[in-house]
Ligand binder design. Structure first.
Ligand SMILES: Nc1ncnc2c1ncn2[C@@H]1O[C@H](COP(=O)(O)OP(=O)(O)OP(=O)(O)O)[C@@H](O)[C@H]1O
Length: 252
């Protein structure tokens, strides 16, 4: 296994957000974490990224305990966080070069990777020479994704990667994630964009009330394609909800 989470528990004050979560994600899997707003998806990812200290539990990546080998483990993780923090005074290219230096990617290699990633995502190359502060949400997201992937991490963690992307960029990201999910790697995504989740996920986790309501393959979740992911999710989270009777008043 490549990413193993055991007994992960986290509360904010009296609010128990994650409760004894156990998940193992194998190499080659693209695991998509789903769940309603505020259920704890970002908290879960931020615990894995060591941005939030869990109350208890262990996180093991490729056999190494995260907290005992934090520096080493962080070299093999790439992340896009929900708030996508960038250095806004830098241009897009300056920022990506800065990230390449942080990971000690040799200059020639870094230039090749940055050129290929920016050619892939940006049709407007001029903008890469302007300060990030003036970028749209989608442009910032593309820079954040390129920065997450630049050092070819074995574990790629993307929090809401599709939000804010135009349909073309989102489809490009789908292709990139599919190509990235090779046997030696783990991809972990939190997303509400089920159309795109459908295209990339091999496995699904549904978080609810601090625990996993579902943890398994996409095939099993959709009953071998009988349901779409959104139908399966709705049935799981709101099995007795009568959508139409709740909005009767609007119709008259
Ligand atoms: N730093 C914090 N301090 C206190 N409460 C927090 C903090 N961060 C998150 N929470 C609370 O923890 C719960 C889970 O939040 P989280 O952002 O992980 O949910 P989410 O599933 O990612 O939501 P969304 O789908 O809306 O992005 C929420 O009730 C949120 O208010």
């Amino acid at each position: 296994m490549s990413l193993e989470i055991k007994g992960l528990t986290k509360a904010f004050g009296r609010k128990q957000v994650l409760q004894d979560l156990n998940i193992t994600i194998e190499q080659g899997h693209c695991y998509c974490l789903l769940g309603k707003n505020g259920v704890g998806k970002s908290t879960f990812l931020n615990c894995i990224l060591d941005l939030i200290q869990p109350d208890s539990g262990t996180i093991t990546l490729y056999g190494k305990d995260y907290h005992q080998n934090a520096f080493e483990v962080k070299q093999i993780v790439g992340a896009l966080c929900e708030d996508n923090p960038l250095i806004e005074e830098f241009t897009g290219l300056e920022y990506l070069n800065f990230i390449a230096k942080l990971y000690k990617i040799p200059t020639t290699e870094a230039t090749e990777r940055i050129t290929s990633l920016t050619n892939y995502f940006f049709t407007d190359k001029e903008s890469l020479h302007k300060n990030i502060a003036g970028y749209s949400t989608g442009m910032k997201k593309k820079v954040g994704i390129a920065a997450a992937i630049l050092h070819k991490p074995s574990v790629l963690i993307l929090d809401e990667p599709f939000t804010g992307l135009d349909p073309i960029a989102a489809q490009l990201l789908v292709n990139l994630i599919r190509n990235y999910s090779t046997p030696g790697r783990v991809v972990l995504i939190s997303s509400h964009d089920l159309n795109y989740v459908e295209k990339v996920a091999t496995h699904i986790g549904v978080l609810n009330d601090g625990q996993l309501m579902y943890n398994g393959s996409v095939q099993e979740f959709t009953m071998n394609g009988e349901n779409l992911i959104d139908q399966a999710l709705f049935q799981l989270l709101l099995p007795h909800h009568n959508t139409e009777s709740n909005i009767d008043w609007m119709l008259s």
